[in-house]
Design a binder for this molecule. Structure first.
Ligand SMILES: C[S@@+](CC[C@H](N)C(=O)[O-])C[C@H]1O[C@@H](n2cnc3c(N)ncnc32)[C@H](O)[C@@H]1O
Length: 499
């Protein structure tokens, strides 16, 4: 550690990633779901977007490349992150993104804050519960100065009580790792090895925690840089929602909803007896606090508004009916059952099948899908339709349905493809920029390679298979994945305006 990091990991850079909850359109949609009047960004709105703790800036660049009329300002205190982000943006010739190297603990009082315009949308992903109180306080002061009236803030954080049973896991992992004089990613790997051996040895607190067990099962597939930034920070501290809401109230921010859309449906999250308790309270913070006791919500994606304008039910439905979506599954792949915290939720095929068939023809308004003559039931519920399709990632929002793939997005995507293909493994899911959706479109690295081949006029996938050269026992599987990519995924990516 060094003198400027306040205990945050700085000896290895963070992994790049795109998180759809950070997109202004998803934040606005969450607000509409929560009956607060925030317009989805229109095609040419000159939005000011601010990202705090942006890492290597991938999400900020995706938003800038997808929306040339916006300006994105992104802040991080790690010069290695800011330098990498600036290089990438310069290579992609992005002129509407600015990266600022600054410490969030003091930025509100720093002259560098003059570079930050009043923001319409702000996002902080993976920052709040990983930094000390002094940084959280600095963030609140910055938000108080920089969020415009009516502006929207997304904040994600590790939440209590879900993390309660596994606080000890992080502590042992960090303590075991930091006793070694190695870089933080190596320390994290060593700490994880100790945790795995404790699980095998039936350590009671790990054995009895379903979150602990599922985390430990997943963690050894995660990049070591992710482990270091998630678990090796000195001030790592999961938080109660009520405490985050209390801190953000000083920036005049009101909690509205979750940008993890399905979490806004009590029927999907809670059993009937649990809902009966929640409904005793009108205060949303009390409701959320009770929900967090009922479900295992380890990472929260909360959306706040400064000066929330409440919508009556009819106006909310009208706004949601005007939302435009683009499908990103094949209609044959519609699941008829999904596992939710409250149990299995069924998707009525008489309702959903005609809808996904119609939506597979191109970007569609929710109100047009609800007016299809062949659907049965739930005709008047735009919130459910948009919440299920977008919330379960079967569809994305579409900002500019008529738009050609933009030059800025195409240029950014080519640079991104070149960079990722050099450095990452094929199963990694990343994202590409799209002027049509106005946000990132999730893409596997394999899709990216197929896309680059098609652009170069090559369609011979057997040649590509030979080049990938998978282990003999995986050849059929990789061939099938290539086939799906070529015959299904490419048409979604084309529909999403990625190329
Ligand atoms: C877990 S990473 C998340 C990065 C990015 N938001 C993402 O999701 O990919 C947290 C980021 O916050 C930055 N950070 C931590 N403390 C900070 C501070 N005091 N001031 C500014 N940035 C900070 C770190 O450098 C790191 O890039």
């Amino acid at each position: 550690m060094n003198g400027w990091s306040a205990g945050y990991v700085t000896d290895i850079t963070y992994v790049t990633g795109w998180y759809r909850q950070q997109s202004p359109a998803m934040m606005a949609l969450a607000c509409l779901m929560g009956s607060v009047d925030v317009r989805l960004p229109a095609a040419d709105d000159p939005l000011q977007v601010l990202e705090l703790g942006c890492g290597q800036g991938f999400g900020a660049m995706i938003l800038a490349a997808s929306n040339p009329a916006w300006h994105v300002t992104a802040v991080d205190f790690n010069p290695a992150h800011v330098a990498a982000a600036r290089l990438w943006a310069a290579e992609a010739e992005l002129t509407n993104v600015t990266f600022i190297e600054a410490d969030l603990a003091t930025l509100a009082e720093d002259t560098a804050s003059r570079l930050i315009p009043e923001a319409d949308f702000v996002t902080l992903h993976g920052v709040w519960s990983w930094v000390p109180r002094s940084v959280q306080d600095g963030i609140v002061r910055l938000l108080r100065n920089k969020v415009r009236a009516g502006g929207v803030v997304h904040v994600s954080y590790n939440a209590l009580p879900a993390w309660g049973p596994v606080l000890g896991m992080q502590r042992v992992m960090r303590e075991a790792g930091r006793r070694l004089a190695w870089r933080s990613d190596r320390q994290a790997e060593e700490g994880l090895a100790i945790i795995q051996s404790l699980l095998a040895a039936e350590a009671r607190q790990l054995n009895q925690s379903s979150l602990g067990q599922s985390l430990i099962g997943r963690l050894d597939k995660m990049p070591a840089a992710y482990l270091a930034h998630e678990y090796m920070n000195e001030h790592w501290q999961p938080c109660f929602m009520a405490d985050v809401a209390g801190a953000l109230a000083d920036a005049k921010l009101d909690f509205v909803a979750s940008s993890q859309l399905v979490e806004n449906f009590p029927d999907l999250l809670l059993t009937e007896p649990q809902r009966a308790v929640v409904q005793k309270f009108e205060d949303p913070i009390m409701r959320e606090t009770i929900k967090d006791l009922c479900v295992e919500r380890a990472l929260r994606h909360d959306v706040y508004v400064r000066g929330a304008q409440r919508l009556d039910p009819a106006s909310r439905d009208a706004a949601l009916a005007d939302v435009r979506i683009g499908l990103n599954i094949h209609p044959d792949d519609l699941p008829l059952e999904v596992q939710m915290p409250a149990g299995k939720a069924e998707l009525n095929p008489d309702f959903y099948q005609p809808i996904v068939r119609a939506a597979s023809k191109g970007p569609s308004l929710i109100k047009d899908l609800l007016a299809l003559p062949e659907i049965v039931g739930r005709r008047r519920n735009p919130a459910e339709l948009v919440g299920m399709l977008v919330g379960l990632e079967m569809a994305d929002l579409v900002a500019r349905p008529e738009s050609e793939p933009g030059t800025e997005a195409m240029r950014f995507n080519s640079v991104t493809a070149r960079r990722f293909v050099r450095s990452e493994n094929l199963t990694r899911v990343i994202a590409l920029a799209s002027r049509r959706t106005g946000a990132g479109v999730a893409t596997s690295l394999l899709d990216l390679i197929v896309l680059e081949r098609l652009r170069a006029g090559q369609t011979d996938m057997e040649a590509l298979l030979r080049q990938i050269n998978p282990d003999p026992e995986h050849v059929d599987q990789v061939r099938q994945t290539l086939d799906d990519s070529l015959n299904k995924r490419m048409s979604f990516l084309r529909g999403a305006g990625v190329f």
